[in-house]
Design a protein around this ligand. Sequence first.
Ligand code: ATP
Ligand code: MN
Length: 469
Amino acid sequence: MKDLQRQRVFDLLQKDCSPLLGQEVNVKGWVRTRRGNKNVAFIALNDGSVIHNIQVVVDVQGFDNDELLRQITTGACISVNGLLVESQGKGQRVEIQAREVIVYGGADPEKYPLQKKGHTLEFLREIAHLRPRTNTFGAILRLRHALSFAIHKYFNDNGFYYLHTPIITGSDAEGAGAMFRVTTLDMKDVPVKKDGSVDYSQDFFGKETNLTVSGQLEGELGALALSNIYTFGPTFRAENSNTSRHLAEFWMIEPEMAFCDIHGNMDLAEEFLKYLVSYILENCADDLEFLQKQYDDGLIGRLQHVKENKFRRLSYTEAVEILEQSGKKFEYPVKWGVDLQSEHERYLVEQHFNKPVILTDYPKDIKAFYMKQNDDGKTVRAMDVLFPKIGEIIGGSQREEDYDKLHKRIEEMGIHQEDVWWYLETRKFGTAPHSGFGLGFERLMLFVSGMGNIRDVIPFPRTPQNAEF
Ligand code: ATP
Ligand code: MN
């Protein structure tokens, strides 16, 4: 076969591919469908660079290798040399008239699971090793990429430094959720101390360690040196909640800013989210249109709505009053002091205000120890951003920078000092007002993709009883 440089389908389908029109090109990819008859075969070829396929036309009679042609079935991987021409048929502007074809790998039609279109998302979860080859997951994976890139770009353009916080952590002080233990101890012969507890001094790190639930505590150490940092990494929570919004392994973005109060924190969250939504609207139009058609006809409108409307900011206390007066019967009743559930958050966003909402000043007893205490003695300077269809997408706060207040709160909550001594020292040496938040990457993916289940916006979801792929 003639050695030609591979062209991405994305590039061949660009409006300005004309320099290649009339020339021989090479494409490689996976066969989505094959139609045709004894004389001519139409192959829809996809290489994942774009949602669209390129049509490859094969003059069957003119091809002497029948065995090779038989192997070109749905799922097969092929390389094609051929002439790029304007298409006679409708549905595509250009197509390739095949001259030479190589089959890298066939896919037995009796066995290949993605024969037909229209598989359920549940079925696709069972074949997570192959679902990247579907239109849906191609679109999702390209969106994940674009969103990740936009996140780094936003922070880079705005003077934030990317801080790599550890994945294995020695403290479980954050209290954000149950943790996964990291150990090299022999499970069949665990060393125990005299009092019967596990002797972690014999473990790999000489102490008990876990997978991190958040990079925030370390993020604060960075902010109190570099002023503005962000983290973007995997986080792990062993919460046994089988919901459509929770994963055991998910990615989190956590900016942390010195010299910033809760208002600056809210301003950043709103500007950042609007930037990301605009970026996706501008750069992922094809994938968004596909997802809108397939799963959620309100998708693009909802993205535009978020981009164009000022988020409504109000206190937790005001929100609870609205919920109490709504006359709505919630599954979980609301009263001052309870943690809000997704149904409450969505009522506020979707029915009451019809725009994203930022709630502030939550009761201190339902929030983490590090949040700045308000003068009322009851609330802390927390801020949660609530989105349509999702509920909580961001959780953040201004941090308590006063050593004595923070110390007292740590004692009240029964957190072991030896776990957080290093964190406390930042308040002893050059403390500063500072704020930050955590954005769940997959929650944002749910929002920008219109998908309904968080298992369908990450390549390999980790949920209770599920770590096959
Ligand atoms: P929720 O109340 O929805 O369980 P949380 O209050 O426990 O969330 P935070 O500790 O505030 O969450 O984490 C910050 C952000 O991380 C959340 O706003 C959310 O976007 C995301 N997040 C939290 N837990 C999960 C999870 N299990 N799977 C996916 N994303 C999550
Ligand atoms: Mn939260």
